[in-house]
Design a protein around this ligand. Structure first.
Ligand SMILES: Nc1ncnc2c1ncn2[C@@H]1O[C@H](COP(=O)(O)OP(=O)(O)OP(=O)(O)O)[C@@H](O)[C@H]1O
Ligand SMILES: [Mg+2]
Length: 325
């Protein structure tokens, strides 16, 4: 059964509207029950949490508008209502702390604004591929029950500067009109050599108008920009964000948590985590996730009753070989 602390945590997270915390505590109660031999109750509770987590939830007083972008915007933005939650992400403690801070300030923004403060809302996420930057934008939207708008930068950058600025304006108008998480993925495309046009002056102007819109943006939306080429970003860009967050490749502990997370519903044998750490070194969260899936599928198809160290090591080595290709 739940301990007194767990009951208090449940009530507190309910009062704060913190679903992630609430379900996390419920799962702790389930784990405790399982350890205490109440496996049936534990399973029922886990199933219940799984089912409830999948339900679309609405923030009280903030009905989600119908926001499928129309007209010209439809070529620039795509919208989704992610089911990803912050709890699905495995992060370094300091990265999680910084993101939790964003969530808290967003949830309590009315109180902050009433005293003349603005919540954290413009984030720049930097890190190698597959470390969870895009997933973070989804999880922020998921935890805050906001729509996620993905900005299509390729649709934005055109040969005609006048047009690009007009399109950028449409996007930034949307930020004010519909509160959401707006993800500018691979934002280096706006300021780097990957921009489709070859005219340097042209790129400069695109970047300048982006910076200008960014500066003028007073909306309630969250603006998340992500890149794995920070060196390609203009220095002026960094100043415009409330937080610049680095996403490192996983440490051994994080790698272990990624595997455990992905294989939460699968039986794990006795795993030699030291061997796993060696095999996973240098791989991203995404690669480790894929290797875990591979090992689990192998085990299921071979009718093994658990995923083994050897199975995981083979799958991780295979990923290593691929990433050095
Ligand atoms: N921190 C993480 N915790 C758990 N799973 C992760 C994490 N990072 C990545 N993954 C897994 O890898 C997938 C891809 O990650 P994601 O798209 O967020 O990477 P990214 O940092 O945006 O990479 P890119 O720079 O290539 O866009 C996720 O959908 C998830 O399955
Ligand atoms: Mg990404």
């Amino acid at each position: 059964m739940a301990t007194a602390d767990q009951m208090k945590a449940l009530v507190r997270s309910h009062a704060e509207g913190d679903d992630t915390k609430f379900y996390a505590v419920a799962l702790q109660v389930a784990a405790r029950a399982a350890r205490g031999g109440q496996s049936h109750f534990a399973q029922e509770l886990r199933d219940l949490v799984d089912a409830l987590r999948k339900q679309p939830v609405r923030e009280p007083g903030r009905p989600i508008p119908v926001t499928q972008p129309r007209g010209e915007l439809s070529g620039l933005l795509s919208v989704s209502y992610p089911e990803t939650r912050m709890a699905d992400l495995v992060l370094e403690p300091d990265v999680r702390e910084r993101l939790d801070r964003v969530i808290v300030e967003q949830r309590q923004q009315d109180r902050l604004r009433a005293q003349g403060f603005r919540p954290l809302r413009r984030l720049l996420l930097i890190g190698p591929p597959g470390t969870g930057k895009t997933m973070t934008a989804s999880a922020l939207a998921g935890d805050l029950h906001l729509p996620l708008f993905l900005i299509r930068l390729d649709g934005l950058i055109t040969k005609f500067m006048g047009e690009t600025a007009a399109k950028l304006r449409l996007v930034f108008d949307a930020l004010s009109e519909t509160r959401g998480v707006y993800l500018f993925d691979e934002v280096d495309a706006l300021g780097g050599e990957r921009a489709r046009t070859n005219d340097v002056g042209e790129i400069r102007r695109v970047l300048n108008s982006f910076l200008q819109f960014l500066e003028q943006d007073e909306s309630d939306s969250l603006l998340v920009a992500a890149t794995n080429h920070p060196q390609m970003l203009d220095r002026a860009m960094f100043r415009r964000f409330d937080a610049v967050i680095d996403y490192p490749l996983p440490t051994a502990d994080v790698a272990k948590a990624v595997i455990r997370n992905r294989l939460a519903n699968v039986r794990l044998g006795r795993i030699a985590w030291g061997d796993i750490a060696t095999a996973a070194k240098g791989l991203s969260h995404a690669e480790i996730t894929l290797a875990s899936e591979r090992a689990a599928k192998e085990a299921i198809l071979a009718k093994h009753d658990a995923v083994t160290t050897a199975g995981l090591v083979v799958a991780l080595r295979e990923r290593q070989a691929r990433s050095t290709q």
